[in-house]
Design a protein around this ligand. Structure first.
Ligand SMILES: CC(C)(COP(=O)(O)OP(=O)(O)OC[C@H]1O[C@@H](n2cnc3c(N)ncnc32)[C@H](O)[C@@H]1OP(=O)(O)O)[C@@H](O)C(=O)NCCC(=O)NCCS
Length: 157
């Protein structure tokens, strides 16, 4: 059984491990700094933001296997990141994490959930489409390395 819970300060190192597996330094927009230090700062900044929501997927033995970061502002929820450890993928954990976010957005009367994703990220786009997100825009050259971003949303109605 996987539980979805609020991220704690003590989960940060495990989430950094997941990020380092999931994203290249270029994707994380990390320059020449130590990636662990940059990510640790990032998570601590997000944990301090009142409008940010950080949730982890925890296995029965307490191991963090994935997380989401979202911002909840006015009537919109923005999914900023979702990542699942490589050895835990294709077990429905990404889906559980995004569903948890959508449920929270509904509970707080948000009108929609928005996200952007690299156009080459076939796995994430397939997951979002399986979760009823629709593409509504393509931002050409959006990312620092020139890749396009697909913008997607799910109206909550
Ligand atoms: C995207 C990601 C979070 C998906 O997590 P996951 O736990 O493996 O996803 P799930 O098992 O919940 O998959 C849900 C559905 O998404 C789709 N999907 C997920 N991974 C897929 C893949 N590699 N190829 C095709 N479809 C995929 C499938 O429809 C899947 O349902 P199914 O397994 O019943 O066919 C994971 O691949 C990841 O961490 N990637 C790196 C980080 C990343 O790119 N995050 C997105 C940034 S915007």
């Amino acid at each position: 059984m996987i539980r979805i819970e609020d991220m704690r300060e003590s989960d940060v190192e495990a989430c950094i491990d997941i990020d380092l597996e999931a994203f290249t330094p270029a994707e994380m927009a990390i320059g020449k700094e130590d990636p662990r230090a940059v990510r640790a700062r990032h998570f601590r900044e997000e944990l301090a933001r009142t409008w940010a929501r950080l949730r982890v997927a925890r296995s029965e033995d307490g191991v963090v296997v994935g997380y989401t970061l979202s911002w909840h502002v006015a009537d919109e929820a923005q999914l900023l990141n979702v990542a699942v450890g490589v050895s835990s993928r294709r077990k429905g954990i990404g889906r559980l994490l995004v569903e948890d976010l959508v449920a929270h957005a509904r509970k707080t009367s948000a009108a929609r959930v928005l996200l952007e994703v690299r156009a080459s990220n076939v796995a994430a786009i397939a997951m979002y489409e399986a979760l009823s997100f629709e593409r509504f825009n393509l931002r050409a050259g959006y990312y620092a390395d020139g890749e396009d971003a697909v913008e997607m949303w799910r109206e909550l109605g």
